[in-house]
Design a protein around this ligand. Structure first.
Ligand SMILES: Nc1nc2c(c(=O)[nH]1)N[C@H]1C(S)=C(S)[C@@H](COP(=O)(O)O)O[C@H]1N2
Ligand SMILES: [Mo]
Length: 327
């Protein structure tokens, strides 16, 4: 198999969980509490509506029980969800991201430009959007192509609510998403010039309209941290994690399948569809199992599920497609 020129380093999975639970996480947590103006020891699960900004506008939210993962599957601890991240705009080091993404990067105010095949292009302020559509909590399984996984309680809203506002025309067959590209804020653009920045991703229209497809503005009932894609990011739970693009600044409705950063970087390794599939290995490693990052440093190798456990909900979208060919 040809080696893709720019690939993430799978050896990072082998790092011990002890490194995840180091002192810096606790400092980070204290800093978060401080920055929210809360007393130390205050519960982080719900925060008062002190400020109205993109992050706090809809909190606290209510859990939508319709979309819970199977019984017995517990959310990953907050410190792992927010301390082990892929956000290549900042760095490819999963432990460094939370620091680099918090060195003065401003995510407020934040607008999303919506264009392409729509009745009328829109400029949406994330504060207004959240207030308008309302947010709820969804606990989703999350599976990275690198064979680690988490269970994440996201706060946000269905993407189809935004699509309804955008009023795409009949020419719209796909949705393309783009992340910011600001070389002053993030070092990754210059550090990794071979990637086709800005980070872009895409979905077919029916995938984008699916009720599971989510725009997240929070985690565990509080504002989504910078390192997880503040102030708004996509979450597509039946696809590999790289489809869930962070910190979205543009959404375009297109008639052709949009190019995506990972598919451009390694077309033999990262497909457009990228549905989680234990039967189709990555050219360089197996996708049959995954390291489930749980709580208390618990990391277990568990079998990977077809469509990441959402087969009943989404398999019909791919009827008649050869899922080995359209990986
Ligand atoms: N803009 C942007 N979005 C991104 C990425 C990225 O590097 N840049 N990494 C992707 C990958 S590979 C994964 S696994 C998830 C990680 O999300 P998390 O850090 O919140 O767990 O974000 C995805 N979205
Ligand atoms: Mo990933």
């Amino acid at each position: 198999m040809p080696k893709a020129p720019f690939v993430r380093n799978p050896s990072s999975w082998e790092l011990s969980e002890r490194e995840v639970t180091n002192e810096s996480h606790h400092r980070n947590r204290r800093e978060i509490i401080k920055s929210l103006g809360l007393a130390a020891g205050t519960s982080l699960l719900t925060i008062p509506n002190a400020k109205t900004n993109a992050a706090t506008a809809g909190f606290p939210t209510k859990l939508n029980k319709k979309y819970l993962p199977a019984k017995g599957i517990k959310p990953t601890e907050y410190k792992y969800i927010t301390g082990y991240n892929n956000f290549y705009e900042f760095t490819t080091d999963k432990y460094e991201v939370r620091f680099r993404a918090n060195l003065g990067w401003k995510t407020e105010p934040w607008t999303i430009d919506v264009g392409g095949h729509v009745e009328k292009p829109l400029k949406l302020d994330v504060n207004d959007l959240v207030k308008d559509v309302g947010i709820e909590q969804r606990v989703y399984r999350f599976r990275c192509v690198e064979a680690w996984s988490m269970v994440i309680p996201w706060d946000g809203f269905q993407l189809n609510k935004l699509i309804a506002k955008a009023k795409p025309t009949s020419k719209a067959k796909y949705v393309m998403f783009s992340t910011f590209k600001d070389e002053k804020t993030a070092l990754g653009f210059k550090a990794y010039p071979n990637y086709d920045w800005p980070y872009t991703e895409g979905l077919r229209m029916d995938e984008a309209m699916h009720d599971l497809t989510f725009l997240a503005t929070g985690i565990f009932g509080k504002p989504i941290p910078h390192q997880n894609g503040a102030p708004i990011r996509l979450v597509v739970p039946w696809k590999y994690g790289y489809k869930s693009i962070k910190s979205i600044v543009r959404i375009d409705f297109t008639d052709k399948q949009p190019k995506t950063l990972w598919n451009t970087a390694g077309p033999n390794e990262y497909g457009f569809y990228s549905n989680v599939n234990p039967e189709v290995d990555h050219p360089r490693w197996s996708q049959a199992r995954e390291r489930a990052i749980g709580s208390g440093g618990f990391v277990d190798r568990i079998p990977t599920l077809k469509f990441n456990g959402y087969e009943k909900d989404v398999a019909h979208l791919y009827k008649g497609m050869d899922l080995r060919k359209f990986f």
